[in-house]
Design a protein around this ligand. Structure first.
Ligand code: FE2
Length: 377
């Protein structure tokens, strides 16, 4: 199946969902320098200071800065000494996403349901409390070393989680209009995609809403396959990629080589004004993949009339695609850490619920030009 329209359940019955997920709670990155990473996310991407855990809060092992923009919370964690599991993780993978935290009503039940269905244990249900109330968290592994932590926070009024204090700072750059996590994509090894599709179906009750094969996603040289998994209410979407045979090394292979295993490839964040958001991000130093100008010459013919002026999209490099339900605008950053692994997508949906299949060819050719410059094609 490779269709442009989505197979979303028409009616969502939360009572019948054994794993009701309310949204993405936070994403935790293990990074080699949390203080500098926090500065980058504030200065370049417009995140705001929220919370801190480290020596000043009595945490002698790790330092974490939490930044926020609308519904998106990022936790940036570094070890404060040698010999930690975080340090070992960074040594193997470089900077990357360790935790995708999912907001739930009942973290104990979510954990028990997942474990009963075959999830691999990461963290037993744990109650954490301070003067602002309590939070219950639990966790399971997904692909590679990535984990999902279930967060139950109905009884908590504090700034982030127990153990964190408010991070006050005089440096507060403006937001750039990022609203929420639209989807988060994982790269897994050749032949492993279907195993993880089944995992999300069985353990978390997700459904496959879309798939792409190597006929959809191939350039002259490299290819990949992808299946998009969604939870019942559609708030959480996890596409899973695996490399496909090509004449040269696939972008997924390059990721797997440099991340030294499966992991999060990109995080798509939504805006309701992509022209304004990308203009600000560029002014602040974010680098984006660029498609050739010929892409815009053929654009109206491919996607029809859109609200935006195509001449305003061209200098920014914003891409457009259409499906049965509407259209979307999207753009991809270059990778954002030393290793050529993770990057961001900025997306604005105008009806379309798909992922930009019409842009894959132009985009992957742009990716391959970057790979070639790195000597990895
Ligand atoms: Fe995406």
């Amino acid at each position: 199946m490779h269709t442009a329209s989505l197979d979303l359940p028409k009616l969502y019955d939360q009572a019948a969902d054994f794993m009701p997920l309310l949204g993405t709670d936070y994403l935790e990155f293990y990074v080699s320098n949390s203080k500098q990473a926090a500065h980058y996310y504030k200065s370049v991407m417009g995140f705001q200071s929220l919370a801190y855990s480290g020596l000043q809060t009595g945490n002698r092992d790790y330092e974490s800065y939490v930044v926020v923009q609308d519904k998106i919370k990022l936790v940036l964690t570094s070890p404060l000494r040698s010999g930690t599991d975080v340090g070992r993780h960074i040594d193997q993978h470089g900077d990357g996403v360790k935790v995708t935290a999912l907001w739930v009503e009942d973290a104990t039940k979510a954990y028990e349901e997942a474990i009963k269905r075959g999830a691999k244990h990461y963290m037993s249900p744990t109650k954490e409390e301070d003067e602002n109330g309590y939070v219950v968290r639990s966790g399971i592994y997904t692909y590679g070393e990535v984990v999902h932590i279930f967060v139950e926070r109905n009884e908590y009024k504090g700034i982030f989680l127990p153990g964190f204090q408010k991070w006050e700072t005089a440096y507060n750059p403006d937001p750039v209009g990022l609203k929420f996590v639209d989807h988060m994509v994982g790269n897994v090894e050749l032949g492993a995609m279907n195993k993880w599709v089944e995992y999300y179906e069985k353990v978390l009750g997700f459904a496959q809403i879309l798939s792409f094969d190597d006929n959809d996603i191939s350039t002259e040289y490299s290819a990949l396959m992808s299946k998009v998994m969604s939870n019942g209410n559609g708030r959480i979407k996890f596409p899973i990629n695996e490399p496909a045979e090509g004449k040269k090394k696939s972008q997924v292979d390059e990721y797997l080589e440099f991340y030294e295993g499966p992991g999060v490839q990109h995080i798509a964040v939504a805006t309701d004004n992509i022209i304004d958001t990308v203009t600000k991000l560029k002014e602040r130093g974010m680098e984006f993949l660029q498609v050739p100008g010929s892409y815009y010459d053929a654009l109206e013919e491919r996607v029809g009339k859109i609200d935006e002026d195509i001449e305003a999209l061209r200098p920014l490099g914003v891409l457009v695609d259409r499906d049965d339900e509407g259209y979307l605008l999207q753009i991809f950053t270059k990778t954002v850490q030393a290793r050529p692994t993770m990057f961001f997508e900025i997306i604005q949906r105008k009806g379309a619920q798909s992922f930009g299949k019409g842009n894959f060819k132009a985009l992957f050719e742009a990716l391959e030009r970057e790979q070639e410059l790195r000597g990895n094609l």
